[in-house]
Design a protein. Structure first.
Length: 236
């Protein structure tokens, strides 16, 4: 988890930086997605902190109150909808709570849990990122004048993608219980979607489908492991 920092003094937004003065807390286990959000926040003027699991997020929130929380629905130690629900019901409530996932069909679950909106991976469009936050902000936190929002695409470099792939390779080399298979499929599917790797995304989805159906997944796991190793070799 990133170091806890005090809330910055509120400052007025500047043209092209409509989120200036806001603090964003990303609960996201993917380094690639986290890096994309860091770059988007930097371009928008916001500060960002990150936790990579529910346990770290809960500990972080005991001493830190962000303006915006962006919570992944598939985390290594549980379902992010529970955290969304707790934050939505808390008093005082965080100003903005957003769900995020590589599976757009989970939008309804996030909203039902109390999220103000939903981000579907890949999160790379600057205008869409800014609008998702600004449209949910309460009036007292809106400090911008209507201006055209750049429709730029923000793409992290390959370092964070390689870190995610290495993480998956490590899990695949030791996976033994079925709960890890669910996590592998969700995590890798989201990473592949963010990286626009359709072949890898389809393989991750096939693993998830076979596992849900109760079918043997040894072949799918071996295939997925080979694909991940191939991509690690190509990005070395």
């Amino acid at each position: 988890m990133d170091p806890v920092a005090p809330l910055p003094m509120r400052i007025m937004a500047q043209p092209g930086r409509p989120l200036a003065g806001l603090t964003v807390f990303a609960v996201e286990d993917s380094r690639y997605s986290s890096e994309a959000m860091r770059l988007l926040c930097m371009r928008s003027g916001a500060r960002i902190r990150r936790a990579d699991c529910l346990r770290s997020a809960i500990r972080h929130l005991q001493s830190y109150r962000p303006d915006v929380a962006i919570i992944d629905l598939g985390l290594p130690d549980g379902d992010g909808t529970g955290l969304i629900r707790n934050l939505a019901n808390a008093t005082p409530r965080l100003p903005v709570i957003l769900g995020i996932s590589g599976d757009p069909e989970l939008r309804d679950e996030a909203i039902a849990a109390g999220a103000d909106g939903f981000l579907s991976k890949p999160v790379e469009n600057l205008a869409m990122f800014q609008q998702a936050i600004m449209s949910a902000l309460p009036a007292n936190l809106r400090h911008w004048s209507p201006t055209p929002v750049p429709n730029d695409l923000i793409m992290p470099d390959g370092t964070s993608l390689r870190e995610d792939l290495t993480h998956v390779a490590d899990i695949l080399s030791t996976v033994s219980d079925t709960s890890r298979i669910d996590y592998i499929a969700r995590f890798l599917g989201g990473v592949a979607r963010s990286a626009h790797d359709q072949t890898l995304e389809e393989a991750a989805n096939a693993l998830a489908k076979d596992h849900r159906a109760g079918r043997a997944v040894a072949t799918e796991l071996a295939r997925l492991s080979a694909m991940v190793q191939d991509r690690l070799t190509r990005t070395a």
